[in-house]
Design a protein around this ligand. Structure first.
Ligand code: AR6
Length: 169
């Protein structure tokens, strides 16, 4: 059984075992939550990402997959980097979006994490409409069989928090 909680704020301050980064395939940083995580966590995270790109992920991390690094100076133990799909009105990419959540939970379970915090993947730069991003996120976590006891959704603003609370119930 997974307990789902919603909090509003900055994911880099949340005290959980693992926080999830809405990264891009290059894994070398970016804007949005990705930029915030690298800024707050410090250079150790980027160093591990560069190492991954030089070894097991030479072609980058495909959308819908996930990989863990240290969390550097963050209160969490690990950052799990995943890549959501760019939203398309003509092409249904929701299976890839859901996979970003379930793959992240699978990586977290392998690490032995008991608590995982997610931002709302793809809902910023990647353009996914917030109401559907929330539906996909909560649905994917509910359907996953990761066995992670505690999952937090971290909403950056009040509107997102309210949508999430409506969906989680
Ligand atoms: N804590 C929690 N949520 C946040 C934070 C934060 N500190 N900062 C932003 N958000 P985005 P994406 C919310 O754009 O759409 C990057 O450049 C934000 O309000 O960060 O998956 C990557 O490198 C939004 O609801 O991620 C990729 O190139 C949500 O996090 C690209 O953006 C996701 O917005 C990924 O785009």
């Amino acid at each position: 059984m997974t307990t789902i909680e919603v909090v509003q704020g900055d994911i880099t301050t949340v005290e959980v075992d693992a926080i999830v980064n809405a990264a891009n395939s290059g894994l070398l940083g970016g804007g949005g939550v990705d930029g915030a995580i690298h800024r707050a966590g410090g250079p150790e995270i980027l160093a591990e990402c560069r190492q991954l790109r030089a070894t097991t992920l030479q072609d980058g991390l495909p959308a819908g997959q996930a990989v863990a690094t240290t969390a550097g100076r963050l209160p969490a133990r690990w950052v799990i980097h995943t890549v959501g799909p760019v939203y398309s009105a003509s092409d249904d990419r929701s299976a890839t979006l859901r996979s970003a959540y379930t793959a992240s939970l699978a990586v977290a379970a392998d690490l032995g994490a008991q608590s995982v915090a997610f931002p709302l993947i793809s809902s910023g730069v990647y353009g996914w409409p917030a109401d559907d991003a929330v539906r996909q996120a909560v649905g994917a976590v509910r359907e996953s069989d990761s066995g992670i006891p505690r999952v937090l959704f971290v909403a950056f603003d009040a509107r997102m928090a309210s949508l999430l609370r409506g969906e989680v119930g």
